[in-house]
Write a protein that binds this ligand. Structure first.
Ligand code: PRP
Length: 216
């Protein structure tokens, strides 16, 4: 377990989020040269001088690594934090990866949302969808979990609406769908293991302070 170790361990969601995170860490003097090699398939990287370790995980697994304490710190989208419901402290809004979680569908579906009808909702985020419809709108719906390309749902008749991430809106537009309601704003967040926050508080607090000064 990493709590006792001298390293500060980061779990990063593979892809764009990890790249943005490394750029940000570089601005406060934390580097990991070997991680910049885009062709590399390695998953774990160590900076011996700075006693930092980084590993690349699938986004939805980042909160899992942090909850179990094998990573002290995770960087992940708010969507994943809400969906995975893992125990960890959310300490910082990193300000990048800004987008919105929305209920989307064809224009005609707007009415279905106003009359509390029992509709079918497709989503990669069944927990977020369930929380929104049951606890915020008090609307009983059937949730259908999909793994991606969720926009297909309403087009082919699998679902009435979807709950999905909207960034530029072009995926919706190109598929004849639109935003019907906003669930919540999203962005990249830093999360910290609850034990690490106590055991490595000095290093973690310093890191958070430096990142705050970047005016994220
Ligand atoms: C995400 C999301 C939308 C799209 C939104 O999908 O699920 O489909 O991006 O972006 P836009 O508003 O800028 O068009 P992603 O590319 O992650 O792939 P997925 O469909 O497999 O989830």
């Amino acid at each position: 377990m990493s709590h006792e170790s001298e390293y500060l361990t980061f779990a990063l969601g593979k892809g764009r989020l990890a790249n943005k995170t490394l750029e940000m860490l570089e601005q406060i003097g934390i580097t990991c040269e070997e991680m910049k090699d885009k062709s590399s398939r390695k998953l774990i990287f160590v900076n011996e001088e700075q006693k930092m370790r980084f590993f690349l995980a699938k986004g939805p697994d980042v909160p899992t690594y942090v909850e179990y304490g094998v990573a002290d710190i995770g960087v992940v989208g708010k969507d994943t934090i809400l969906e995975e419901q893992r125990r960890a402290y959310e300490v910082l809004d990193l300000g990048f990866g800004k987008c919105r979680m929305c209920v989307c569908g064809p224009k005609e579906a707007k009415e279905l949302l106003q009359h509390h009808e029992r509709i079918r909702v497709a989503s990669k985020y069944p927990n977020i969808a369930k929380d929104y419809f049951y606890n915020k709108k008090f609307q009983t719906v059937d949730i259908i979990k999909l793994s991606g390309s969720v926009e297909l749902g309403p087009i082919v008749g699998l679902a009435d609406v979807i709950v999905d991430i909207v960034e530029t809106g072009s995926t919706l537009h190109e598929n004849g769908l639109e935003v019907l309601e906003e669930v919540c704003p999203l962005s990249a967040r830093m999360i910290v293991n609850q034990v690490s926050m106590k055991m490595k508080s000095e290093r973690i607090r310093e890191l958070i302070m430096k990142l705050r000064e970047l005016e994220l």
